[in-house]
Design a binder for this molecule. Structure first.
Ligand SMILES: Nc1ncnc2c1ncn2[C@@H]1O[C@H](COP(=O)(O)OP(=O)(O)OP(=O)(O)O)[C@@H](O)[C@H]1O
Ligand SMILES: [Mg+2]
Length: 280
């Protein structure tokens, strides 16, 4: 298996609540070139799992291997795109994108060519001399994606990369990301609160249960050869995931709201945005 997550347990020491068990026996296999989304209630450990794959956190037990090699530290083969762009405001688009490449010991010409190639992929080649503050939120997130892609990672780890964007911009970026995925064949591990986004983008949706975080179910997303799915199939898959999640979301709300909890179960079904973030 390409990316293999085996028997991962992870706890954090907290000031008030002692040891907090966040991930409980996570086992997941991902094939090279897969596009996998992770959905689950807030706090169920999605980002923690992503950081473990990135090598930014260490697990208590279990192992993560990429191409048979154990993940111990961060590496350029596993690059993270965060919700916030994290660009350097004092550098131009080009310099932000080439920043990491400079550590690879390439010539100036090679660095620039690689950066321009990826900036073309995200349709920003006309903005190479702009500074981040001169760009829209969507454009800044495109620069972040370009900055990740220029490292030619094996795995792109994306933690809610589009959740701060408006619906139209998000749709454009979905299309671009799918084009990039098809072109580069990079493996994508995509964390989101948005069920619709997960279904539209990925081949598999991993649904997490919470407290502690566990994998509840893995839902394959049906696809056609041309990649265009009838709305009815997409909607059916979304509803299926929503149903699985509903129980978990209610569990969180009950714990957080205690006696004030009076959440109509139908309420979630009426929300057609597919964005569960505001409900969790
Ligand atoms: N470094 C840390 N130290 C202590 N607790 C932490 C740390 N990182 C995360 N946690 C806790 O672990 C739990 C899982 O956090 P995590 O960020 O992985 O959840 P998540 O599923 O990504 O949530 P969200 O959807 O809100 O982003 C939370 O209760 C969080 O407070
Ligand atoms: Mg998170």
């Amino acid at each position: 298996m390409y990316l293999s997550i085996e028997g991962i347990h992870k706890s954090f020491n907290t000031k008030n609540k002692g040891k907090l068990k966040v991930l409980d026996n996570i086992n997941l296999d991902i094939e090279q070139g897969d596009f996998v989304s992770i959905v689950g209630p807030s706090g169920c450990g999605k980002s923690t799992l992503l950081y473990l794959i990135a090598g930014l956190e260490k697990s208590d037990t279990g192992s993560i291997t990429v191409s048979g090699k154990k993940v111990k530290n961060p590496g350029p083969d596993r690059v993270v795109v965060f919700q916030e762009d994290g660009l350097f405001p004092w550098l131009t688009v080009l310099d932000n994108v080439t920043y990491g490449l400079k550590l690879k010991g390439l010539s100036k010409k090679e660095i620039k060519e690689k950066a321009i190639d990826v900036l073309k992929m995200v349709h920003l080649s006309n903005y190479i001399d702009s500074y981040p503050h001169q760009l829209s939120g969507g454009m800044k997130q495109r620069v972040s994606i370009a900055r990740a892609l220029v490292m030619e990672p094996d795995i792109l780890l994306m933690d809610e990369p589009f959740s701060a964007l408006d619906e139209q911009t998000r749709m454009v970026l979905h299309k671009e990301l799918l084009e990039i995925w098809r072109k580069t064949k990079v493996t994508i591990f995509f964390v989101t609160h948005n069920i619709r986004e997960a279904v539209q983008l990925s081949e598999k949706v991993v649904v997490f249960a919470t407290r502690p975080g566990r994998i509840k179910e893995i839902i394959p997303v049906p696809s056609t050869k041309d990649g265009i799915m009838p709305d009815s199939v997409t909607l059916y898959t979304e509803q299926k995931i929503l149903k699985i999640l509903q129980e978990e979301i209610e569990k969180v709300l009950k714990e957080e709201m205690g006696d004030d909890y009076s959440f109509e179960t139908n309420h979630i079904h009426r929300d057609h945005s597919g964005d569960l973030g505001s409900n969790i």
